[in-house]
Design a protein around this ligand. Structure first.
Ligand code: AVJ
Ligand code: FE
Length: 439
């Protein structure tokens, strides 16, 4: 689609709305029965049927009501699907729309949206609509919930229901283990120029000066993480922060989530299948405390969020920051493992064509990467269009994750995109890479 014209943006909006809905249905009503859709698979997650109707209600509030100015369709269910009204663990007890009703609510909302799309004007004097922003916001919202629903699938008991779809991984000559990022300034964040659908928390673009540092060229793989486990990494408080050690004692965890030791072999459970632990894959399902402890054991540390972003997108030859590590072009299959093309990460060190100017691979896709930074607003941050997306989470104990995972759709994976979670969380598709001071 030609994103320089209003019609071009609308064409892309319609295609993206259609594609994300196909994905949502493929994770819910297409593959699970009513019992599974309404069950609570984990206290950490919503019943899948809540996510499904929630994305429809969000679409109604932002596209039917706010963008088109049309009358509400089902205002009486707004509170049921308000994430701040009911914690995830309580949602199973709510009078939720049953799957069939949720499905038809989604269809009703969507047909209203498509009916009004032609008459809504993307005028620059309405910031919500300029460049089709609010439509992009709704597409990204549903894709983010789809990744959350995949985490629910991973936690669910029972046999596999998701197709394997193993996408080929381009061959990769081995590269250096670490790269050196020289001292100096770079542009962090965006003003939305190249990415009109970027979120408020990615803005504004601002200059950050960093001392020189080394950063791993690839995410930490299971093989290396196993050495930490075998070396008694979980048994020595010296590798852990006090809060991390407390988490280790309280939780009783001694490996990443979904790992097991069976007959002298390490296995992991993945979407209803148990398989040998693949040594070359980036480690997944570790919490921030585990990532931080591993890094200390390895004589390193987690990168700051700014160090992560500079290594991912700054080009020292031109002095500019890119949209993606490989340049400004949208992600292709040779750049990154994104969008649930596989049901897991590709081997660490893959995707040389997606490397950043400094030579870091897999900064986008495969696994979310924990950084050492707390989630806060950039200097000059302004809420847009609502505080409950980002601002209410600033400074309340969340750590920033970067880069997206194999489950993240390309529309939500860019070098400025910021994710956040509590340092104890392990159900998300997160791993990490390490850094160290150059001095
Ligand atoms: C940005 C992934 C932390 O899932 O809580 C979904 C995204 N915001 N609905 C979340 C989001 C509102 C958010 N994360
Ligand atoms: Fe949401």
């Amino acid at each position: 689609a030609d994103m320089s014209t209003e019609d071009g943006i609308k064409e892309r909006v319609a295609a993206e709305l259609e594609a994300v809905r196909r994905r949502s249905l493929g994770l819910t009503v297409d593959v699970l029965d009513t019992g599974e859709l309404t069950a609570q698979h984990s206290p950490l997650m919503s019943p899948l049927v809540w996510d499904l109707a929630h994305v429809g209600n969000y679409e109604e509030q932002w596209l039917v009501r706010a963008a088109a100015g049309d009358a509400p369709l089902r205002p009486e269910i707004d509170r049921l699907y308000d994430a701040f009204e009911h914690p995830r663990a309580d949602r199973v007890a709510l009078p939720l729309l049953p799957p069939r009703e949720a499905r038809s609510y989604l269809d009703q909302v969507r047909s209203r949206v498509l009916d009004s799309l032609g008459r809504v004007r993307f005028t620059p004097d309405r910031p919500l609509l300029a460049g089709g922003f609010v439509y992009g916001m709704v597409v990204q919202h549903e894709h983010q919930h789809d990744e959350t629903m995949l985490a629910t699938h991973q936690l669910r008991r029972g046999g596999p229901v998701l197709d394997e779809r193993p996408a080929p991984v381009p061959g990769a000559p081995p590269g250096p283990a670490e790269v050196l990022v020289g001292e100096g300034p770079f542009t962090m964040g965006t003003d939305g120029g190249g990415d009109p659908w970027s979120y408020d928390n990615e803005r504004p673009a601002h200059t950050v000066h960093l001392p020189a540092y080394w950063i791993d060229a690839a995410p930490v793989a299971n093989r290396a993480y196993l050495e930490f486990v075998a070396d008694g990494g979980y048994d020595h408080p010296r590798w852990w922060t006090p809060a991390g050690w407390e988490w280790r004692n309280r939780s009783g965890k001694r490996t990443p989530a979904f790992w097991a030791r069976e007959g002298g072999q390490w296995t992991r459970r993945r979407f209803g299948r148990t398989e040998p632990l693949p040594p070359d894959e980036p480690v997944q399902h570790v919490c921030w405390y585990e990532a931080d402890a591993y890094a200390r054991w390895a004589g390193k540390r987690l990168p700051t969020e700014a160090e992560w972003e500079k290594a991912a997108r700054f080009d020292p030859a031109t002095g500019t920051s890119r949209r993606f590590p490989w340049g400004d072009a949208d992600p292709g299959p040779d750049h990154a493992n994104l969008g649930q093309r596989r049901l897991g990460p590709a081997p660490a060190g893959a995707f040389p064509a997606g490397a950043s100017p400094y030579g870091c691979r897999q900064m986008i896709g495969d696994v979310w990467e924990w950084t050492s930074t707390d989630f806060t607003g950039y200097p000059g941050f302004a809420v847009f269009p609502y505080a409950e997306y980002s601002e209410v989470f600033f400074g309340t104990g969340y750590k920033v994750l970067r880069g997206g995972s194999w489950a993240t759709h390309p529309s939500v994976a860019r070098a400025t995109f910021r994710n956040w979670d509590y340092p104890i969380r392990r159900q998300i598709f997160a791993g990490f890479r390490c850094a160290r001071d150059a001095a």
